[in-house]
Write a protein that binds this ligand. Structure first.
Ligand SMILES: [Zn+2]
Ligand SMILES: [Zn+2]
Length: 392
């Protein structure tokens, strides 16, 4: 792929394929319901372009308010040197600001801290502190007006439960103290008011808490058990470079929030390139730009994944976002669409594909009786794109 524009076009076309053919995008892992996959690096072309344009300002992402809610951008799965990531917590703050995010959670593994000497149980003997990455990042976050959510990854080497993020914790150490019993860890986190997110449910890594290749993805009994207790609140539909389409259905059926995260371990530069429009993020429809409002939005499931040119979310939230972003005028056979956001929309109108670019207009001649069109890169369940009704 020779340049960023070609790459973006290809990615959008691939998401059209995913939307219509019930298949994964080529570069992401996880078919609708299995872990068969192949991986390529979809982010390289953008990174290359960035190297050619090193003078940059922090990315500004414009998305209009949705029914009075602000649309905040966040990443709720990030690692640092205090587990197995490769940068300091302060650098995660700077990366997030550069990428135009409003909020992040650093979610270092409780059980896996390779640069600190071993398992959490051993670390506790050395009086180690699991709030350390949050505490390091906090000052830098305040300096940059970035909202920092205290979080941790409960990391079990068996699936289920696999890996779970506890977000909006008050103190990670009591959760870490219960390291031998994952249910106890979740219970303690929930007792602190935490939001529990099931991470990378289709991750292929049998030795590290993931699934063997080819295994069907399933909403396991253990996950159902904690959901029924009110201890499971959201699931990653996208993690790093992996997409799990079936999570769209799970979130609809089981009333859970859709989350898209980077789960980044190396530097942002090395993983995606900074300011990469394909970078995973979760959009949060929050009453205001505060941690409390973001937490409320999470529990109210007003969340949407925006990643690799796709919008992924529950139908009612995605529909509201579209209505806020795109103005539709229909003058007896002339459709005028205005995109007021920085989110690209790929439209299928009377069997023709159209790209409605960020902050742009599109005028299309249509059959005057046309009632509906499809936004092929905005998905509301497994491989089901958003349909939009034309009024007037
Ligand atoms: Zn994990
Ligand atoms: Zn992780």
């Amino acid at each position: 792929m020779s340049n960023r524009r070609e790459f973006l076009q290809a990615a959008a076309m691939l998401s059209t394929v995913a939307a219509t053919a019930a298949l994964p995008i080529e570069f992401v892992a996880g078919e609708t319901g299995t872990t068969d996959s192949k991986k390529v690096d979809p982010f390289f072309a953008v990174r290359k372009n960035e190297i050619e344009n090193p003078k940059r300002k922090p990315r500004k992402i414009k998305i209009p308010d949705v029914n009075g809610f602000k649309v905040l951008k966040g990443d709720f799965h990030i690692h640092t040197l205090f587990s197995d990531g490769l940068v300091m917590p302060q650098d995660r703050v700077r990366e997030a600001v550069e990428n135009g995010l409003d909020v992040i959670s650093i979610t270092d593994h409780i059980e896996y801290r390779i640069f600190l000497g071993g398992k959490a149980t051993q670390l506790k003997e050395h009086n180690d502190d699991h709030n350390i990455s949050y505490n390091f990042a906090k000052k830098e976050a305040e300096r940059h007006n970035l909202i920092l959510v205290r979080g941790a990854e409960i990391t079990k080497r068996k699936m289920p439960p696999g890996h779970l993020n506890a977000l909006f914790l008050k103190d990670t150490n009591p959760v870490a103290d219960a390291v031998e019993d994952w249910r106890k860890m979740v219970e303690l986190a929930v007792g602190q008011g935490a939001f529990i997110q099931w991470n990378h449910p289709g991750w292929i890594a049998p030795k590290s808490g993931g699934l063997p290749k080819g295994t069907p993805m399933s909403f396991t009994q253990d996950h159902e058990e904690i959901r029924r207790k009110g201890w499971l609140h959201g699931i990653e539909i996208f993690n790093g470079t992996e997409f799990y389409p079936i999570v769209g259905d799970w979130c609809n059926e089981k009333d859970l929030a859709v989350i898209a995260n980077s789960d980044i371990h190396p530097s942002e530069w090395n993983k995606y390139g900074n300011q990469n429009p394909m970078r995973p993020m979760t959009l949060i429809l929050a009453e205001e730009r505060t941690q409390e409002a973001i937490r409320d939005a999470f529990f109210a499931k007003r969340t949407i994944g925006w990643v690799a040119g796709m919008i992924l979310g529950r139908p009612e939230v995605v529909q509201k976002l579209f209505n806020a972003c795109v103005e539709i005028k229909n003058n007896a056979g002339t459709l005028i669409l205005t995109n007021k956001s920085d989110i690209t929309c790929w439209l299928k109108i009377e069997n023709q594909d159209h790209e409605l670019k960020p902050q742009s207009n599109l005028t299309i001649k249509i059959n005057a009786s046309l009632k509906q069109f499809t936004v092929t890169n905005w998905l509301i369940s497994t491989a089901k794109p958003l349909n939009v009704t034309i009024n007037g």
